[in-house]
Ligand binder design. Structure first.
Ligand SMILES: Cc1cc2nc3c(=O)[nH]c(=O)nc-3n(C[C@H](O)[C@H](O)[C@H](O)COP(=O)(O)OP(=O)(O)OC[C@H]3O[C@@H](n4cnc5c(N)ncnc54)[C@H](O)[C@@H]3O)c2cc1C
Length: 430
């Protein structure tokens, strides 16, 4: 450790990225301080919330046994909404819940999960202090040497910016400028309490099994979507919207969310539940295109959301597993590289090795696909229009299928030309 340094590493933010890094560094005997502005880890964090277990397995396979899971996801669902109509597709496969634990996924509640992971990092020897906001970085001759929190200055060999989306640390280091509204979504979420039995009956789940549902067409034409996850004794229901489009459409987030809750296919699932938590948070939506050009500066590494590591495919959101991976990569770089000036490049090499950067690069196509505005209104309307015609039996001579589909296309406001263009874009993007 350098003369001035009080710690080998200071981690700003006790989310999955920061805690994964702190866990591994402390396990290797490093003096690590984690500073969290919330009153407890997870207190300020919002997620849909499903996490893929492989990332925790990579952090430490022993953690899988008593992880703070809610339910194991046994049902992958996609719901398409148009007005008061809906289609729900339910993919159920025994392999989702059987066999290798590390290949499965779980619903979680962040207040519980983050506290659990922080406890594990503390067990390894990390110091986690909460209720303190880091205000600035201390920089000397272009190198980050510590942080400032209120009146206090703290020094370390390396600082890990794990302070999430719109990272103040990355801004102070000059690695990002102020957030651009087209690169983030606003997520709102309620946690609605219900007895475990009721949840299992309503979602047709066995004990401890869970559903992960993405909802398309619930944002009234605004770029975004909804989600619903079953926890042990609650349901996480929410929506993500692009903020500038909300303004353009003259809509209120609250009103759209209330309509989703009251939808005839959603309300019976949450009926008689008690809302025990309401939260809102930004979520990075730009994927690889939105990542900072540089993920490090001498003495500083960006991990998790602060590095823009989120993938939204439309049928799933991945941020927490990528946050864990980047925390692992950062710790591996710090532990493997003795020359402080080379930790940044070593971190990039670890991000490649752990398959994170290649995965981010591949995600570009999803963003191109999700940029098509018709996905949020016309296509859901078309899908439901086709279903409506398929299932209508009224004793009259039915029209042939082609005619019915053409009718549904016209009703949805789409043109065949637009569909061809979108189809081509879709094929190219994947
Ligand atoms: C609505 C919504 C739904 C989502 N759904 C999913 C999902 O289902 N699955 C999934 O994998 N991902 C999901 N994500 C994304 C996921 O939540 C994030 O990618 C993930 O939390 C990133 O982890 P992180 O550790 O980088 O940052 P965070 O979890 O945001 O943690 C950052 C921490 O830093 C602290 N902090 C910030 N500034 C300071 C400061 N100046 N000083 C001290 N502490 C500070 C914060 O309080 C926070 O605890 C969702 C996100 C949203 C908003």
């Amino acid at each position: 450790m350098g003369e001035e340094s009080q710690f080998d590493a200071i981690v700003v933010g006790a989310g999955p990225a920061g805690l994964a890094c702190a866990y591994l560094l402390a396990k290797a005997g490093k003096a690590v301080l984690v500073i969290e502005r919330g009153d407890a880890p997870g207190a300020k964090n919002v997620t849909g919330g499903r996490i893929y277990a492989y990332a925790l397995n990579l952090l430490d396979k022993d953690l899988l046994d008593d992880a703070a899971w809610e339910r194991k996801v046994s049902h992958e669902e996609i719901m398409i909404i148009d007005g008061n109509r809906s289609i729900t597709m339910d993919y159920h496969d025994p392999s989702l819940t059987e066999g290798d634990e590390s290949l499965q996924s779980y619903t979680i509640l962040r207040a519980v999960f983050d506290q659990w992971l922080a406890d594990k990092a503390e067990e390894m020897g990390a110091m986690v202090v909460c209720g303190i906001r880091v205000d600035d970085l201390i920089q000397r001759e272009g190198r980050v040497v510590g942080v400032i929190a209120g009146e206090d200055e703290m020094y370390a060999e390396i600082v890990i910016a794990a302070d999430g989306v719109n990272s103040l640390m990355a801004q102070k280091a000059g690695l990002i400028s102020d957030i651009k509204k087209e690169t983030v979504g606003v997520g709102v979420k309620e946690v609605i309490e219900l007895p475990a039995k009721t949840i299992e009956e309503r979602f047709k789940l066995n004990q401890n099994q869970g559903s992960a549902r993405m909802i398309l067409g619930c944002t009234q034409g605004i770029h975004g979507g909804g989600f619903l996850y079953t926890n042990q004794e609650s349901i996480s229901l929410g929506c993500v919207f692009m903020p500038q489009e909300i303004v353009q459409h003259g809509k209120q987030v609250h009103d759209i969310f209330q309509e989703l809750k009251m939808h005839p296919a959603v309300y019976p699932l949450i009926q008689d539940g008690e809302t025990v938590e309401y939260s809102a948070h930004l979520v990075s939506e730009a994927g690889y295109r939105g990542m900072p050009a540089k993920l490090y500066k001498e003495g500083l590494l960006l991990v998790g959301d602060s590095a823009g590591l989120v993938i939204n495919t439309g049928y799933s959101i991945r941020g927490m597993d990528l946050a864990l991976l980047s925390g692992i990569a950062a710790a591996r770089a710090i532990l493997g590289e003795s020359d402080l000036s080379q930790i940044g490049p070593a971190y990039l090499a670890e991000l490649e090795k752990i398959c994170l950067l290649p995965t981010m690069r591949l995600s570009v196509g999803y963003n191109q696909l999700l940029d098509i505005p018709r996905i949020y209104s016309n296509y859901p309307q078309l899908a439901i229009g086709v279903m409506q015609r398929l299932y209508k039996v009224d004793g009259q001579i039915p029209q042939n299928l082609k005619k019915q589909v053409m009718e549904a296309i016209n009703e949805s406001g789409l043109t065949v030309w637009q569909m061809l263009k979108d189809g081509l874009k879709g094929v190219r993007s994947i």
